[in-house]
Design a protein around this ligand. Sequence first.
Ligand code: PEP
Length: 251
Amino acid sequence: MRKPVIAGNWKLFKSIGESTALINELKPLVAGAGNVEIVVAPVFTALNRVSDAASGSGINLAAQDCFWEEEGAFTGEVAPKLLKDAGCSHVIIGHSERRQYFGETDATVNKKTKAAMAAGLTAIVCVGETLEERESGRTFSVIEEQIQNSLAGIAPEGVAGLIIAYEPVWAIGTGKTASDEQAQEVHAFIRSLILNLFGQTASDAVRILYGGSVKPDNVKGLMGQADIDGALVGGASLKADSFAAIVNFGV
Ligand code: PEP
C-alpha cells in the first residue's frame, strides 16, 4: 500500500509571519489525517520558523528547490543538507515554473535529485507536458523523456523512495484540471515507465502525485484513480480550510 501524499506548494507567497500563521491554523484541521503524508513548501526564508511551528504536528516541510553541490562559491544557492538543517524532509525539484522561468532542465533536475537523496531528503520530481505538446500528440514522448533523463543513474531502491509529481503545465494555476481519466492515463504510463526502467519493486512503491488546479471539489475523483497517490497543490494550499479539505479527502 502506498501512503497518500498531499503537498502544498506555497510558491512565492507569504511572509514568515503569514506562513507560521497558516501552519498554526492548519494544524488542528489536519490532526485527524493519520494516513496521509502532509507536506508544505514555504519560501526559503520561512522554512526554519515554519519547521518550529509545525513541530509535533506530523506536517512535513519541503523546500521548493535546491542546488546539487554541498558547499562552495555558488552565490545564491542552497544545498540539500542546509535544507535538512532548516527542518526539511522533502524538496520539490523541477517544477514547471522553474523549467519555464529559470532554465531548469532534465539534466539539472537529475543532479538535484541525486544530491537531495544523498542528503536524506525525499525528492518530489515534477514532470508534465505543455498545452502545445498535448495538442500535438506528444504527451507520452515528453513525459518519457523527462522521466528517463531526470531519473538517469538512480538505483531502483532510490526510485522506490521518490515522489513523482505529474503536473500538466496547462492545468497549473489555470483552473483547468485534467479529468480523472486523463490524469490516470498518464499516471499509469509513468508507472509502466518506472517498471521498465527500474523494475517491479520501484514501480509498486513510487508515489505519483497529480498537480494542476486540485481543489476540495475535485480531489476525491482524482484520488479514486488506481495510480494517483496524492496531489501537489498550489493555489488551494494557501488557505488553511481549502488545503485541509484536500488533506481530509478520505474522511
Ligand atoms: C503547482 O504549483 O504545483 C500547482 C499545481 O498549482 P495550482 O494547484 O494552483 O494549479
